[in-house]
Design a protein around this ligand. Sequence first.
Ligand code: NAP
Length: 271
Amino acid sequence: MDFGEIAGRGLVLLGCGKMGGAMLEGWLARGLDPGSVWIIDPKPADWLTNAGVNLNATLPERPAFVVLAVKPQMMGEAIGQIAPLGGSRDTVFLSIAAGTTIASFEAVLGGETPIIRAMPNTPAAVGRGITALVGNARVSAENLAMAETLLSAVGQTVRLDDEGQMDAVTAVSGSGPAYVFHLIETLAAAGETEGLPADLALKLARATVAGAGALAEASDDGPGQLRINVTSPNGTTQAALEVLMDETSGFPALLPKAVKAAADRSRELGK
Ligand SMILES: NC(=O)c1ccc[n+]([C@@H]2O[C@H](COP(=O)([O-])OP(=O)(O)OC[C@H]3O[C@@H](n4cnc5c(N)ncnc54)[C@H](OP(=O)(O)O)[C@@H]3O)[C@@H](O)[C@H]2O)c1
C-alpha cells in the first residue's frame, strides 16, 4: 500500500483503543513503517510497546495526517494536545468520532485546516467494516484519497456528498451491526422456544446471519431476489415472511422507526 507523504512526514494517532488499534494493525500489516507513526494514548495497549511506533513521544512538527480516534466525550480534552498542529493546509485531520461535526473541529483547529470526518463501524475489528467519509472545503482530492487508503485497512469506504448525510449513515451502518447482533439473539431465542438447546440455536442463528450476509455481498442478485429464490409458495419461509413483512408489525414498520430514532439521536448529539 502506498502511504505517500505519511512515510516521510509521519502520522499522529490520537487514541489507540479498539478502533484506532484496528486501523494501526491494518496499516502496519500493509507495510507502513512503524517509525512513521506517533501515538498519543494515556494507557497504551501492551503490544504497542514493542511495535516500533513512537509512543507518547515528542510529535513531528508537520505530520501528513493526524487521526483522531478518542471517544467523542473525550475529544474536547484530548484535542488540546494536537491543536497546535492545526491551522495550516499541510496537516490533514481525520476524525472517526461519532457525532462530532467538522464545524466543531474547525472551531478548535482553525478554518484553514483540512478536516475529514469519517464514520466506521465495528466489523472494522475484523477488517470487514464500512466507513463513510466527507471533508471540508480545504480537503484536496489527494487528501481524500489518502484518507480512503488509511480507512480501507479496516474495510470498504464510501464518500458522502455532504456532512448532513452522516446522521443517516450513522443510523444505517454505524449502529447497524447492533441491529444484526440483536437479530442473532432473537433468532436464537426463538429457536430455543421451538425446542432447540441454547448452544445449538445460537450456532444456527449466528452462522445463518453470517452466511446470508456473505451471500448477499457476493451475489449478483439483490437481496429481494435472494429472498424470492428461497421462498417456495406456501412453504416454511413464506409462512415466516408473512409475519416479518407485515406492513404494520413487521420489518417494514419496525426498521424505519429504529433507523429514524438513531438518526434523530445523531442529529441531537451533533448540535
Ligand atoms: N468502536 C466502534 O465501533 C466505532 C464505530 C464508529 C466510530 N467509532 C469512534 O471511534 C472512536 C474510538 O472508539 P473506540 O471504540 O476505539 O474507543 P476506545 O476503545 O475507548 O478508544 C479510545 C482510546 O483513546 C484513549 N484516550 C482517552 N483519553 C485520551 C486522551 N486525552 N488522549 C489520547 N488518548 C486518549 C483511550 O484510553 P483509555 O482506555 O485509557 O481511556 C482509548 O485507548 C470514537 O470516537 C467512536 O465514536 C467507534
